[in-house]
Design a protein around this ligand. Sequence first.
Ligand code: TYD
Length: 215
Amino acid sequence: MSNPPTKGRFVAFEGGEGTGKSTQAQLLAAALRDRGQTVEISREPGGTSGAEAIRKLLLHPPGKGWNAQSEALLFAAARADHVARLIRPALANGAWLICDRFVDSSRAYQGGAGGLGDDAIQALHEFGSHGLRPDCTILLEVDEARLTQRLAERDGGASDAIGGRGADYHRAVAKSFRSLADANPDDFRIVDGTGSPEDVHARVLESLSHLVTSA
Ligand code: TYD
């Protein structure tokens, strides 16, 4: 028998490209729905029509592309719209909100790998989204060799303006995610993303037991 639906919770999946975030978001949503919860899934950049329009500008930029500051501002602007128009209302209605990427992507990509630093990203997030944090951020980790293989199979070498950056950039992103998670164990759960989607899903559920059982 399913538990009765109660309070909304916010879970974000984070990690580099090809770590399985979208698949795990879908599997988690299905598992929660089976338990009687109302669940919404979203993604960043995107989630609302305004933020999806900004997504296009970020992933397929016109002209010479954005400098580091413009890029961070665009991510923060997309997030502010997403938070105000979709995330906060869903949580206020008692839904679970599962998001494929959130502010920790900006911290790892723009703040860490992009060199802007964490304070700048946190300040933008404070201004744009009143500093909203997920109840839990799941960092999916997969080693570089496996990721390269997965991405070649998934995208056939095609990528967007950010995914297409060099191996050093993506290595810096992975390192940055890891230091954020290590420094904030209350906010993050690190989950091994290798193995079948079902294996990883079981680890995800276990890592969320503090939220799922009390839901
Ligand atoms: P997407 O195709 O959604 O990600 P994935 O390849 O993981 O499926 O593309 C989003 C890209 O935007 C991805 O390269 C990560 C990047 N990104 C940032 O640089 N900063 C951010 O704040 C967010 C949300 C994404």
